[in-house]
Design a protein around this ligand. Structure first.
Ligand SMILES: [Zn+2]
Length: 65
């Protein structure tokens, strides 16, 4: 059996990823990056989700009777 190692391309710059470790788990799956720079840039661009929507729960239980 021959194990073929598929070249993984950096999600950001599409260069071959030679070092594992710069990967990020996203809802779309595991994304690989060639370096920490590409990883941080991708996170800045695509994973910039402010935590505002989930904290919009207003409990308004006032017994107004
Ligand atoms: Zn890259």
């Amino acid at each position: 059996m021959v194990v073929v190692k598929y070249p993984v391309k950096c999600v950001l710059c599409e260069q071959p990823v030679e070092i594992e470790g710069f990967s990020t788990d996203t809802p779309q799956g595991r994304l690989a990056f060639c370096c920490a720079g590409c990883q941080s840039i991708y996170q800045l661009i695509y994973m910039n989700k402010p935590k505002a929507e989930t904290e919009h729960k207003t409990i308004n239980k006032k017994e107004d009777n």
